[in-house]
Design a protein around this ligand. Structure first.
Ligand SMILES: [Zn+2]
Length: 231
């Protein structure tokens, strides 16, 4: 039991962190690609900077809105489950007690012990036990749409700063090179981190992420070049 618990805990943490690392990829690649496309038209540093900041703000808002909608619907589903379970506990306490004991029995306790555990937990916190062990809802870990929204907006904005800062510190005449180098360097670092957290080979993870970023920058650079020449 202890081993199982620890493993679940670990994958929960790495799932959360991996989502953050993937989100940071989005922020870096989309902002850098936008700036690269604008810079490739021979736009001024100022225009490139405005494009980067606009991309950062738009991306952060869109992340916040998307996350708010998705976590809200998750919360609605949780609330409906909790209301239904509360009603069932009031209507059929005996059947619910047997159901709970059945869950502990299926996890490896013998029948008598499972019933004893179910009875004690029912006295201690009936609804909490059913939410946790029957529905997989941790009462202290409920979905929070607003919190999810502002965290994903803030993390997008934070990582979008990577190519923006690269532009600000770039030497004259080396703007695109500096943006590309710093962008790809941070992608490699984040890819390695993501691989480590997910237990994947670090080099391969870093290479994939960096290759994806390099392709994105090459494409937006090419499009900016063509548009800059033709428009
Ligand atoms: Zn139940």
């Amino acid at each position: 039991m202890a081993r199982r618990h620890r493993e679940r805990h670990r994958s929960g943490r790495s799932g959360w962190l991996r989502a953050a690392v993937l989100g940071s990829n989005d922020a870096i690649v989309s902002t850098a690609g936008l700036m690269m496309g604008v810079a490739a038209t021979d736009a001024s540093a100022q225009a490139t900077l405005v494009a980067g900041i606009a991309g950062m703000v738009a991306g952060a808002m869109s992340m916040a809105a998307g996350e708010f909608v998705s976590v809200s619907s998750q919360r609605d589903a949780e609330q409906a489950d909790i209301a239904k379970e509360t009603q069932e506990l009031a209507d059929e306490p005996e059947a619910e007690l047997k159901e709970l004991a059945g869950i502990y029995h299926s996890r490896g306790l013998d029948k008598a012990l499972a019933m004893q555990v179910a009875k004690q937990l029912t006295v201690h916190d009936q609804l909490g036990a059913h939410l946790r062990d029957e529905l997989g809802i941790e009462p202290h870990n409920r979905a929070r749409p607003l919190q999810a929204a502002w965290i994903s907006a803030a993390s997008f904005a934070l990582f979008a700063l990577v190519p923006i800062i690269a532009l600000l510190i770039a030497p004259r005449g080396l703007r695109m090179e500096t943006i590309a180098a710093i962008t790809l360097g941070s992608l490699a670092g984040l890819g390695a981190l993501g691989g480590k957290l997910g237990g994947a080979p670090i080099g391969r993870a870093a290479f994939r992420v960096t290759l994806g970023g390099a392709l994105a920058l090459a494409v937006t650079f090419g499009i900016g070049r063509v548009l800059g020449l033709t428009l």
